[in-house]
Ligand binder design. Structure first.
Ligand code: SF4
Length: 346
């Protein structure tokens, strides 16, 4: 019989100092609940959820901008489903739809381009949120619209990159579970750079085995006291990542400052269209004024996203705020931490 321990056994046998591991990705948060992984952990390993759900970190002002475009400029908003129910300052996009706004759910940015091509009589804006995983598809849509001469398509961007967020989150956790899908694009280089700055983590897949393997790697490494950057998702994530995707992003977009719900503004952590593609930038096309959102002051999404509180410590959780009647983005999003705690009855 093999004397090799399984990943679960390694994690459960951990008897070192208490450690906090932050799963920054909402897909990880939900997978961890689904597989009952929290219940398997010893008391000295604490999992905390971080700001890796793109919908959750999108500021209220972005929803207000989309509502403004829909109601004031009569554009057709195309978007993924989760964004429709996120509360804005005055209303969500669902609320705007009740007032006559044209809101259309699409499954990719290219769907939005095709819709614009098929409906030249309407102006179409795609709400582009998300990290490195989804940005290449948005860039491809812009490129295609420009190549085909489609003039009634533009993007409202709130795209972000994760590397600067890790630096801001330094100290919030002893190690990160890095998101596998983002890492498939970035490759391992950014994590080596983070390691050199004293930030540790392991790239992690989404099955129970992959999550436990990543936790076992953390447990094995943490005792040395040295920062580390490991890959527990080698079937998908390579050292070089996806250079074609990064090249596409680099060609179409450039870094800008970005406001993260709960974190604030992080210089260089956002992506906006380069000047060459200004004809597809909805803020410029529609001469959008500065729009400042005001989130519901009772919602503690920001504290949840920073791992400062658990969702059930928010006084609204499960009472006023449920998945049926969400008050904040973290309860709306299918990747949100509050929705995970609510769904799994924590
Ligand atoms: S439970 Fe609702 S109100 Fe409370 S932090 Fe989560 S989303 Fe916001």
């Amino acid at each position: 019989m093999s004397a090799e321990k399984t990943a679960a056994e390694i994690v459960q046998a951990y008897d070192g100092r208490p450690i906090r591991v932050m799963e920054v990705c909402g897909t990880h948060t939900h997978a961890i609940f689904e597989h009952g992984i929290r219940n398997m952990l010893p008391d000295n390993i604490q999992l905390i959820s971080g700001p890796g759900c793109p919908v959750c970190v999108t500021e209220t002002g972005f929803i207000d901008e989309a509502v403004w475009l829909a109601l004031e400029k009569n554009v057709t908003i195309t978007t993924f489903g989760d964004l429709v129910r996120i509360p804005g300052t005055e209303m969500s996009l669902a609320g705007a739809r009740a007032k006559g706004a044209k809101i259309r759910i699409v499954y990719s940015p290219l769907d939005a381009v095709n819709y614009a091509s098929d409906h030249p009589e309407t102006n179409v804006v795609f709400l582009s949120v998300g990290f490195e995983t989804t940005v290449p598809a948005a860039c491809l849509a812009v490129k295609r619209a420009m190549e085909l001469g489609i003039r009634n398509f533009s993007l409202l961007t709130a795209n972000k990159t994760m590397d600067r967020a890790y630096r801001v989150l330094k100290g919030s956790a002893d190690a990160f579970l890095y998101p596998g899908h983002v890492s498939a694009v970035t490759g391992m280089k950014i994590y080596e750079e983070l390691k050199n700055e004293g930030i540790s983590g392991v790239v992690c897949g989404f099955t129970a085995g992959e999550i436990l393997t990543a936790l076992a790697m953390i447990v094995k490494k943490i005792g040395s006291g040295e920062p580390f950057a490991e890959n527990a998702y080698t079937r998908v994530v390579t050292e070089e990542g996806m250079p074609i995707g990064r090249k596409l992003i680099e060609e179409i977009m450039e870094p800008c400052e970005a406001a993260w719900r709960g974190i604030g503004v992080i210089e260089g952590s956002g992506l906006k269209l380069r000047e060459k593609y200004a004809a597809c930038d909805a803020r410029l096309v529609y001469d959008m004024p500065e729009i400042q959102g005001r989130p519901n002051p009772a919602c503690r999404c920001g504290d949840v996203l920073m791992g400062r509180i658990k969702p059930y410590e928010c006084p609204l959780f499960g009472k006023v705020c449920t998945t049926e009647h969400p008050v904040g983005a973290c309860m709306v999003s299918s990747e949100g931490t509050c929705s995970a705690y609510y769904k799994y009855n924590i």
